[in-house]
Design a protein around this ligand. Structure first.
Ligand code: HAM
Length: 418
């Protein structure tokens, strides 16, 4: 039986094959994400991986709806595996909005599912670090989130030479769109505008003829769009965000780039995406303001401005591998308890138990095993030390690196390991 295409198995290191996921690398990434979220004072939340289909169909836009893993459950409910976290967050925040002091600063590390076309950097499941701020309208919150995004990437050892945050604005694009539309006498049409945003979003990835055709059909020319992108004039709001980041010493990590507009439908203000600096990989992260989503999802009951970003583990891993920034993941055996005298097995098990209670990672042979085999196993596990009972009262502890040995009272063994 093979796993489904686009899904990963996560093995402990050393990996049995180059084509499998690493549970150690995954844990390493999660820890960094959680640590940087803690430093920025974000609290962790989570929601169900399966949601009512409707949560995603009306708010996220066609692109994500086309990639949904959805089905009818045994209770005849239309359900979907979550393709993103933001609608769930909006639902959760709206449900108990009055109970939370604003601004709400929350993060999550969900596994998400999208039936994507198979390509490098895009799988059918991925983990995503989500950080969002709710209840704050000012650009200080946008800057705070971008700083968090930068620090999350820096915590892996990535520098301004490795990545860049491209900052843009749906407002700027909206103005551009409205300006041209009113000149040509077209009617205001939300779906039309979203189509236009999606075409801009794909500009760098789609063949130029295709984008040309689409823009033309929407009543725009590639020349005017290119000119707008190249002018790259930051809006007043983007200026404020840039100044805030400059005050933190983070200017080197951001640049205004109107190529970015974001594919999801709900964004309303500043938007941004992080990319590797050489442009070799797909986006590392993306996000922005979505001031109307909570209102939409709560049926107009709760009006909360919001903004956030998601950073996936797939492209991040590719980049960390390419820059050789992943540590070696060795097994963490602190002590291998050798049992050479089976008569001492009960006392040895007691020693194993005591050392584990004291917090050490302890291994020992399950069955009677030749001493040389036990020692080999301790070496394979990269154990720091071995411990062998001399008799019921004394234990011989050996440091496998320095080869120093000591004999200690059994009751005192844990202290001698310190
Ligand atoms: P997104 O741009 O769809 O945004 O995804 C964010 C990041 O998740 C991407 O930049 C990419 O690194 C990763 N990602 C997305 N799809 C895949 C995939 N199929 N395989 C591997 N990695 C993937 C959102 O999802 C928004 N909900 C983020 C957000 C949070 N906006 C506001 N708050």
């Amino acid at each position: 039986m093979e796993r489904l295409p686009g899904f990963r198995d996560f093995y402990p290191e050393p990996l049995p094959h180059a084509d499998v996921g690493s549970a150690d690398a995954r844990q390493f990434i999660f820890q960094k994400w959680r640590d940087v979220a803690r430093r920025y004072n974000f609290r962790e939340y989570d929601g169900p991986p399966l949601e009512p289909l409707e949560l995603f169909t009306t708010k996220s836009g066609d692109e994500i709806v086309g990639q949904l893993y959805n089905f009818t459950d045994k209770g005849s409910r239309a359900v979907a595996l979550r393709p993103e976290m933001t609608p769930t967050l909006a639902r959760m925040a709206a449900a108990h909005e009055r109970r939370f002091k604003k601004p709400i600063k929350w993060f999550a590390v969900p596994q998400l599912f999208r039936y994507e076309r198979q390509q490098r950097g895009r799988l059918r499941e991925h983990f995503q670090f989500n950080a969002d701020i709710l209840g704050e309208t000012g650009p200080a919150a946008d800057a705070e989130l971008i700083a968090l995004l930068i620090d999350a990437l820096r915590s892996f050892g990535l520098t301004a030479r490795d990545f860049v945050v491209r900052l843009s604005s749906r407002n700027a694009w909206h103005e551009f769109y409205e300006g041209r539309r009113s000149k040509s006498g077209g009617r205001a049409d939300h779906a039309h505008e979203y189509n236009f945003f999606q075409t801009i979003d794909k500009l760098e990835r789609a063949p130029p003829e295709e984008s040309d055709k689409k823009l033309d059909a929407l009543g725009f020319s590639m020349a005017e769009v290119s000119q707008f992108i190249e002018s790259g004039k930051p809006t007043a709001e983007l200026e404020t965000i840039l100044q805030n980041l400059a005050a933190r010493g983070l200017s080197d990590f951001v640049k205004v780039d109107y190529h970015v507009v974001r594919g999801l439908a709900y964004y309303t203000g500043a938007v941004f995406e992080a990319f590797d600096a050489r442009g070799e990989f797909r986006a590392l992260a993306g996000g922005g303001r979505y001031d109307n989503l909570v209102k939409l999802i709560s049926g107009g009951k709760v009006d909360l401005p919001a903004l956030g970003f998601g950073m996936g583990d797939v492209v991040l891993l590719e980049l960390l591998r390419a820059r050789r920034l992943l540590p070696r993941f060795d097994s963490a055996t602190d002590v291998f308890v050798l049992i050479e005298d089976e008569g001492l097995r009960p006392q040895s098990l007691r020693l194993v138990q005591d050392l584990r209670t004291a917090g050490y990672a302890v291994e020992y042979p399950f069955t009677a095993t030749r001493p040389d085999k036990q020692f080999k196993r301790a070496q394979e596990l990269n154990a720091t030390r071995t411990a062998r009972l001399e008799n019921a009262d004394y234990v011989r502890i050996r440091d496998l690196k320095t080869r120093q040995e000591i004999v200690a009272g059994v009751a005192d063994a844990a202290n001698h390991l310190k």
